[in-house]
Write a protein that binds this ligand. Structure first.
Ligand code: BTN
Length: 308
């Protein structure tokens, strides 16, 4: 409801009376007043005068009310250990597909392969709970879908050439701007849930010593609207969900990929595999061609680009 009140206040140029709001939204004036009080507590500055309410400013926070279409599905935390842990608990308790856990700051953000994901203020950190009706073998396609959606959002909003590195990094000018971590609970032939954690370096500082990372702020030379980014990204993800098992999903990933046609080294389950990345298969695994022409399929791993 707060999202709808905010939307109504933003859509209106001047003041909006409690009476009009209560008629538009079908709730009592007392409820409107209570929601306004709640918004003020969350640092929205709303002038209340005899002419009505006027929104003067909004905090730079990814509060559920900033996403009126998703509001009911969002679990919001100013600070949390990891959105992955909260999402797993929710999923285990039966949270429905599309539930989202958002945090402004993570104190124990997790990356792939047990790495840490630094998550200071200014970044975008969230986990989306999905319950796809697919065989567990195809679950990595969800990473490809999420990575393509992030790259498409960056391209659409900022005209920056975002590209994809296998398995699921998003790069700008060769530097990582977004990482994706998926956790799955499945039985032999059915997925229970796949939680997709997405971390985007938006306005947060990336460490000066890490030459392999960048942020949207650094790439653009200005801060971005994280609310707008997340809202467009969610639309891009939702648009791709029906395509999960379609060839178009792989086509898009391949079109955006900087890994294909490169000489790469993949550390996979303790083994080093070197070869030319020639394709991905239907499960999202990378196909490498060795110097001797032999083909190897790599399901998971850390990929380093060696040469064109
Ligand atoms: C990677 O190693 O590239 C994956 C990074 C994934 C980070 C995101 S931030 C939101 C979610 N919560 C976490 O603890 N990790 C993921």
């Amino acid at each position: 409801m707060r999202g709808q009140i905010l939307k109504a206040l933003r859509d209106c140029d001047g003041y909006l009376s409690g009476e009009t709001l209560s008629q538009q939204l079908g709730i009592s004036r007392v409820s409107i007043w209570k929601h306004i009080r709640g918004l003020k507590k969350d640092d929205y500055i709303i002038e209340a005068s005899p002419r009505g309410y006027k929104l003067l400013s909004s905090p730079d926070l990814l509060l559920p009310c900033e996403f009126p279409d998703l509001e009911q599905r969002i679990h919001y935390f100013p600070e949390i250990g990891s959105t992955m842990d909260a999402a797993r608990e929710l999923a285990k308790k039966g949270a429905e597909e599309g539930t989202i856990v958002i945090a402004e700051v993570q104190t124990r953000g997790r990356g792939r392969l047990s790495r840490e994901w630094l998550s200071p203020e200014g970044g975008i950190y969230f986990t989306l709970i999905l319950r796809p009706r697919i065989s567990p073998a195809y679950a990595p396609r969800i990473n490809l879908m999420a990575a393509s959606a992030v790259a498409a959002t960056i391209r659409k909003l900022f005209r920056l050439k975002a590209e994809l590195k296998w398995p699921n990094d998003v790069l700008i000018e060769g530097k990582k701007v977004c990482g994706i971590l998926a956790e799955m609970a499945a039985e032999t032939d059915a997925v229970n849930f796949v939680n997709v954690g997405i971390g985007i370096n938006a306005n947060n500082p990336v460490t000066r010593f890490d030459k392999t990372a960048t942020s949207l702020k650094d790439a653009l030379g200005r801060e971005i609207s994280r609310k707008e980014f997340l809202s467009v990204l969610m639309t891009e993800i939702e648009r791709r969900q029906p395509l999960l098992m379609k060839a178009d999903l792989l086509k898009e990933w391949k079109r955006l990929s900087v890994t294909l046609n490169k000489e790469v080294r993949v550390m996979s389950l303790g083994e080093e595999v070197i070869g030319e990345a020639i394709d991905i298969d239907a499960t999202g695994a990378l196909i490498l061609k060795g110097k001797d022409g032999s083909l190897r399929t790599v399901l998971v791993g850390d990929c380093i680009h060696l040469r064109e």
